[in-house]
Design a protein around this ligand. Structure first.
Ligand code: NDP
Length: 282
């Protein structure tokens, strides 16, 4: 048996801020695994060369991929999981015997975190704000969790409608209803059980331009952004009477947990890692 530790990395640009090495090193310890998890700064137009160089070493068994390389990774791998194909992005690469498989764990990470916070997704009416990569990555897993319907709201209506059309293409119409919020009446704005902010607006302390009435039904509210303080979006929801307001730190930890499972077949306990990062992030 080889005594060399398996090597995994995260590709990104920038990458210095990545919490993935900390998260995966803590996961590995739970199973007594020795893991060499590295950060790889790939040039913006150099993902292919970076991936080829990294995986030339047979001890490199997988990788995470973050901004801006999720689409490059989709094109680099030999095979895609259903989740990655639907998400149109790869955040996890798994080396198999004679090929590299691309998967996407962002959506499952979101769903796991919502479930950890006891948000009931089965039969839920969901509003997703945003139509970028994060929204697209979340949709397949939300649908798998048996939500009833999804409305997508985005600054660019064209992108919202495109995402609705793409999602409809793999979703049986009778099971789920989709629609761009801009094309729905004001009544629809008051009926959500779960609202997910999948925009980057909270990073600049900005709010989506939506009426307060979206919170009338006191939905569970999720912001994919996480900061040292609750985001402005979560503060607003709380002020308007929403009791369940969650930021994206748990999504980060849970997407990592699923990547870890794909590489090593072990399901880590996410709670201690989440608590550790939360304390660091204060
Ligand atoms: P994209 O760049 O693909 O999409 C950005 C989204 O934000 C688009 O819907 C865009 O709208 C919207 N947006 C940006 N600026 C504005 C603005 N000024 N006004 C209105 N809408 C705006 O990014 P991603 O989808 O990949 O990521 C979105 C956020 O989710 C990021 O902040 C990221 O950090 C977070 N994220 C968190 C994860 C976690 O694990 N917690 C995982 C993945 C992402 P438009 O289409 O009109 O431009």
């Amino acid at each position: 048996m080889s005594s060399i530790s398996p090597i995994v990395c995260v590709f990104g640009n920038p990458i210095a801020q990545s919490k993935s090495p900390t998260i995966h090193t803590m996961f590995a310890k739970q199973f007594g695994l020795s893991l060499d998890y590295q950060k790889r700064l790939a040039p913006i137009d150099g993902f292919v060369q970076s991936a080829n160089e990294f995986f030339a070493n047979k001890h490199c068994i997988g990788a995470n991929v973050t901004m801006p390389f999720k689409l490059d990774a989709l094109n680099w791998v030999d095979e895609l999981s259903v989740q990655a194909a639907r998400a149109g992005a790869v955040n996890t690469i798994i080396r198999q015997q004679d090929k590299f498989v691309g998967d996407n764990t962002d959506g499952i990470g979101l769903v796991m975190d919502l479930q950890n916070h006891l948000v009931n997704l089965a039969g839920a009416k969901v509003l997703i704000i945003g139509a970028g990569g994060a929204a697209k990555g979340a949709l397949p897993a939300l649908i798998e969790a048996n939500i009833e319907s999804v409305c997508i709201y985005n600054r660019s209506i064209v992108k919202a409608d495109k995402l609705v059309a793409e999602t409809n293409a793999y979703t049986p119409d009778k099971a789920y209803t989709f629609g761009s919020l801009q094309t729905k009446g004001s009544q629809a704005m008051q009926e959500f059980d779960v609202i997910i902010n999948a925009t980057s607006l909270s990073l600049s302390a900005n709010l989506p331009s939506l009426p307060d009435s979206i919170f009338n039904h006191h939905p569970a509210v999720y912001d994919m952004v996480y900061l040292s303080q609750p985001t402005q979006f979560l503060n607003k929801a709380a002020t308007l009477g929403c009791d369940t307001c969650i930021d994206g730190l748990g999504m980060l930890v849970n997407q990592a947990a699923h990547s870890f499972f794909l590489w090593f077949g072990h399901k880590p306990d996410t709670q201690p890692v989440y608590e550790y990062l939360r304390a660091l992030n204060k």
